[in-house]
Design a protein around this ligand. Structure first.
Ligand SMILES: [Zn+2]
Length: 241
């Protein structure tokens, strides 16, 4: 088995560690984004309910103005009624007053509905604001934890990357290229252990002659099934220099 392959097996161990740390970092970052998105969603809901509340308040104000106008007009009509001389006119104004009282009563009902809705919205907003406040306290604590862990992972990655660069210097550029290409195609695993006549990368049996040739010092053996470069574990441990 070629020296390059033994070093690549070590390099792959390092690269898989880096991959795993990067994967964890991404997962933690998406948890932070999710917490932020949840808070934004709740803020948006509150903003929408506040907008509805101010619309309701505005409608209520207009209804109350109409109500006041209607009440004034009833008072004026009642004053007029006392000065009326003819029966016919009396009946006409009475009818007018009755109609105006009906309008006033409808307006009162509508104002009442607005007050009810306004109370409901105020209660919902208060509840949501309290929930959001609690959510943000918890979420901010969780985000600090996550950021701390991300910083730790980034430190680890940069330390391990330094070791990786040093190890990579021992591999020829053409082998390195082959390794990188294989890693892309094979979910990060370019170098597979050959054990008991099988490739552990794809779990397929290796032809016996091929397996035996792994014991030769300066040959590269590729798995005929998954194309990964093969190594034997015994050879890897003692190549740390
Ligand atoms: Zn294989």
């Amino acid at each position: 088995m070629g020296k390059n392959v033994r070093i690549l097996a070590q390099l792959q161990g390092i690269d898989l560690k880096i991959d795993s740390s990067r994967g964890e970092t991404q997962a933690l970052q998406s948890e932070i984004h999710s917490l932020e998105a949840q808070a934004e969603e709740k803020q948006l809901e509150i903003a929408q309910q506040k907008a509805e509340l101010s619309a309701v308040e505005e409608e209520k104000k207009i209804l109350e103005e109409n109500l006041a106008t209607e009440a004034d007009s009833i008072v004026r009509s009642e004053v007029r009624l006392r000065e009326i001389k003819t029966q016919k006119e009396y009946q006409a104004v009475s009818k007018e007053i009755a109609a105006a009282k009906k309008v006033k009563s409808d307006l009162e009902d509508q104002v009442l509905q607005k007050i009810t809705r306004s109370d409901e919205l105020n209660a919902i907003i208060a509840e949501k604001e309290a929930y959001l406040q609690e959510f943000e306290v918890n979420s901010s604590a969780r985000k600090s934890e996550l950021r701390e862990r991300i910083n730790q992972l980034e430190t680890d990655i940069s330390e391990v990357s330094a070791v990786r660069d040093k190890t990579a210097k021992g591999v020829s550029p053409s082998m390195m290229k082959r390794y990188e290409t294989l890693r892309e195609k094979r979910q990060g695993v370019a170098i597979a252990e050959a054990k008991g006549g099988s490739c552990l990368g794809c779990n397929m049996n290796l032809p016996p002659q091929l397996f035996n040739s792994l014991f030769k010092e300066d040959t590269y053996i590729t798995c005929p099934h998954c194309q990964r470069l093969l190594y034997m574990r015994n050879d890897v441990g003692d190549v740390s220099e």
